[in-house]
Design a protein around this ligand. Sequence first.
Ligand code: PHE
Ligand code: ZN
Length: 881
Amino acid sequence: MRTDTGHVFKLEDYRPSDYLIPRTSLGFRLSPDATHVTALLTIERREGVAAAAPLVLDGDGLTLLGVAVDGHTLPASDYEATPDRLTILKPPAGQRFELRLETEVAPARNEALMGLYRSNNVYCTQCEAEGFRRITYFLDRPDILSVYTVRIEAPHNEAPLLLSNGNPVESGTLADGWHYAVWHDPFPKPCYLFALVAGALGKLADSFTTMSGRHVELGIYVEPGKKRLAGYAMDALKRSMKWDEEAFGREYDLDVFNIVAVSDFNMGAMENKGLNVFNDKYVLADEETATDADFANIEAIIAHEYFHNWTGNRITCRDWFQLCLKEGLTVYRDHEFSADQRSRAVKRIAEVRTLRAHQFPEDQGPLAHPVRPRRYREINNFYTATVYEKGSEVVRMIRTMLGPETFRAGMDLYFERHDGEAATIEDFLKVFEDVSGRDLAQFALWYHQAGTPNLTVRSTHNAAAKEFSLEIEQSVPPTPSESRKRLMHIPLAFGLVGADGSPVAWTAVEGAAVDDGLIHIRKRRHTVRFSGVSERPSVSLNRGFSAPITISVQQKADDQFFLAAHDSDAFSRWQAFNTLLTDALIAAFRQILGGKQPVFAARLAELAGSIAGDEALEPAYRALALALPGEADIARDIGKGIDPDAIFAAREALARAIAEANREAFLALYDGLADKGPFSPDAASAGRRALRNILLDYLSLLPGGAALAARHFTCATNMTDRAAALAVLAHRHSGTAEADDALTAFEARYRGDALVLDKWFQIQAGVPGAKTVEKVRELTRHPAFSIANPNRVRSLIGTFSSANQTGFHRADGEGYRFFVETVLEVEKRNPQVAARLATALRSWRSLEPGRQAKARQALLDMAKVENLSADLRDIVERTLA
Ligand code: PHE
Ligand code: ZN
């Protein structure tokens, strides 16, 4: 485990390395406890670098067995080797030399799941960000691009399958039942994209012909017997390949494309060149074991990793500060793909909900950082919602401002200009400046400045002058180490909506640049005056969520109700209703804190009823509209003094009010939506299930609700319905015979299926209330639970700490105590997963004083542990700062 060195990496310290590694030949002799690695590196001194410059290679916990230069063993006086560094003190005087390194690693004992490790007896690797240095000494930085040849040797019976990046070159048998395979990747790549997989796996094979007629062999490798669960992933892969050709003109470039699913993985998946490695949760699916959300995630992540082949691999990052160059852009691309495959409006709403749930709290708390950070202590902690999701929003804003054609021209130029390079955000912005002739200097602050900008908007209408005006003021709240903020360029999409729902025309506008439905906010204050507007319109702002900001509009509830029913922009219509719900919930929260019974406007329940039954709207859209803002969403909007129990009570009361007011209609709708034909994971069928399941959620609050949910559970013919019913029973009817029976039946039915049992752990970890911490503690002793497996840990501990407000934030602090104990236990094996879990405490300052003190103590308890990993110490200290 790497403990904290206290070293801070800074963007401004970047400089090119003295040496390059144009060629890398790796040899692996695989064995669980002692894998022998031979690295033959062609080292080249960079032009202008003094011949005497020592060569310093990165390592992490390595044991060096041998080192030779140009075929001669190097005398010990000519190098210095520690587990973390190899220094060749006097490299040869010539421009180029061959360095041969031998190291030994123990994959079976690698529980951090970085470098070469074993997952269910399969050898696999994870090198991003800095895992390659756990395999051999190297210049482990993304701007060192090398052409790799890899030879793998293993016993045939243990590892019949031997895979690496690129194209297969050669394979054959060796003595003693061993065999070998050689792979060559012609595309120079950074070492974080290196991958090796070896083991006994089943293969789902298919092929794809690219737009220029090249034949590509596709393979998805899964545990033996699970091949039929890879069909949906394969379909998604082929659709992704086609889409990237059509939407971005990007063609695949190797003869083979392989995906391997493993059960122990720190993240979602990894885009290694030609050999993607996936968390099996994002590959395996059928209707019996996967929910519609799982299907959608698989489609998105398969696409995401595939799209990295151009945005990440062919064009990579100069350094890790530029992570958003590949991640933000690739998330943008996978969002567009899913929008095209499914419903654009529904997808957009779901994206914004995710952004608000994950990125906003990050941006508004102690872990806030710019999309392109300037400093880090541990890069693993920067695979964040800000880099990924906000990074995607920034790309989206560029497209919104430039329009689709100019945006595409910019992307074409980016691929043409930087193919084969390690690029920066400046390079990326420059192509759009070049194709559009616009100055993006102020816009670039979206990459450089942390924090969620806020706009306050006031509208006035002067009927006599026929003038409608918007007074808009921007502010960016301070974030850690950035107390003074510069003014941003915010592209604000808007519409003026007339009394009949149609757009209101104006004759002239002044006060800001306004084009194509966008107001360009660039100053602190704008008064935007529209002339020729005789009737007062309702104003629809940030349509389609054109900018990732918060807005406070001084707009009457009447206007909000009107927009919720009539806005022509589907996103804004959803937003208007969601704002009404949030406002009602915040008011109810205050009533409860004041010792009163919450009261809700009957109009709200009525509007919910009319949205639910509006056949003109897609079922998936209706389902999203009916989903009340989550407890954490409400907490975020309240901002401080959070008492999760009061928020929970407010939310329950509103759900009940909506259910009671719409009982008959909801029941009829619920019955009408029952699945008829055979199962299909397509978006329309999933939407109907989503609507039916949210109706069940409401109906379960009424008398007879537990019985209804129990029936839903028993009659379910797919995992979406079964899991939804189980959640309703466990969360709303905890402790009843119906809930207990369903939990028992579910466990019995899926006893051998770890991924499905994760749902069972997850649902129980999410049961609201004070008793859950004891239950979760008990579940850590369940035979199917394993502290070493990231998926298990995330389902149980991750859900409890980040998705169970009343359970985790139990007033007596027991949730935090259990959490600290468990995080420290996870950390002994896997610091990365532990550090990510620990971010659950990031909003501790917004809690009411009692809980706040207990949460702070929990953080202090972690901070005082000696030899904390660099990963966890970084999170804990920044959270406390
Ligand atoms: N680069 C991966 C992705 O976003 C994520 C990842 C990061 C995976 C670090 C493993 C380790 O597609
Ligand atoms: Zn990615």
